[in-house]
Design a protein around this ligand. Structure first.
Ligand code: ADP
Ligand code: MG
Length: 252
């Protein structure tokens, strides 16, 4: 009887927590939608009220409106991805591939953004020997894009992003993405994987962040039954590390 009671109590506790999460999520979501929609509304109304004939501002206002529409599109894309991941609709299609090849691919994809901030990409010395992993390549590409994009966005100019790959225990590989960026204070670390959590809302928004990137990363890693963690120091940099199943190729 006592066991049953404590079980029920736990269930209720869980329901309450889920309900609180749901409320917080909706509150955050409406706030995230409001900001760009109100901005677009403001620019369009001002244009219609006469600014359209003022060559000093008409193009600027249109450009600003477009920027906010682009923000909304990114937000919708990320929300789409999250809801697919959360509803369990996402299927994981595993294959064997060399993780360093995928990292180099993503480095190439993001090289323009990195150059703009003079940030150098590299694979850590001693981590070049090909490590075969068994995972969903396109989903892991998304994980790497989100982490490496953050390393640039929150990186300091003239800095570095270094990827390292280790064979942990003959079963799993550890992939780490380290940067020399602004870092994060200890108190933020347990929360950065939450939807819409940001250490600096204004800065993240300015650089086009939706606040959903790391939530997506965590979902994908956990859908692989693997783990992700973060270490960071303010003004020194951050390291995000996640595990992957090793491919059989390594054992041959
Ligand atoms: N490499 C990093 N260095 C410092 N802060 C980071 C880093 N990656 C993520 N963060 C912090 O975690 C927050 C959540 O990241 P993310 O989910 O990718 O959202 P977004 O980049 O859209 O803001 C960011 O707003 C930022 O405050
Ligand atoms: Mg991000």
């Amino acid at each position: 009887m006592e066991k049953w009671a404590s079980q029920k109590k736990e269930e209720l506790e869980n329901l309450r927590r889920n309900e609180a999460f749901r409320k917080e999520f909706l509150l955050n979501l409406s706030h995230e939608l409001k900001t760009p929609i109100f901005a677009v509304q403001g620019y369009i109304h001002t244009l219609l009220d006469g600014a359209i004939d003022d060559p000093a501002v008409n193009k600027v206002f249109l450009k600003n409106a477009t920027k906010n529409i682009d923000r909304l599109c990114r937000l919708i894309d990320d929300l789409d991805e999250i809801s697919k991941l959360e509803s369990g609709e996402m299927t994981i299609n595993k294959e064997q591939f060399v993780i360093q090849d995928l990292i180099r691919d993503v480095f190439d994809t993001l090289s323009i953004k990195a150059k703009q901030k003079d940030i150098k990409f590299s694979i850590k010395k001693g981590c070049e020997a090909p490590v075969h992993v068994y995972a969903d390549k396109e989903k892991i590409r998304q994980v790497l894009i989100n982490l490496i994009e953050n390393s640039v966005k929150y990186g300091k100019p003239d800095g570095q992003t270094i990827a390292s790959v280790y064979n942990m225990d003959g079963k799993r590989a550890l992939v780490e993405i380290s940067d020399t960026g602004i870092g994060m204070a200890e108190e933020h670390l347990p929360r950065v994987f939450e939807r819409f959590y940001r250490t600096d809302r204004a800065r993240s928004r300015d650089i086009g962040g939706t606040g959903l990137g790391l939530a997506i990363v965590k979902h994908i890693v956990e859908a692989h039954d693997q783990t992700i963690n973060v270490r960071s120091k303010v003004e020194v940099g951050s390291t995000f590390g996640f595990t992957l199943e090793l491919g059989r190729e390594n054992l041959l």
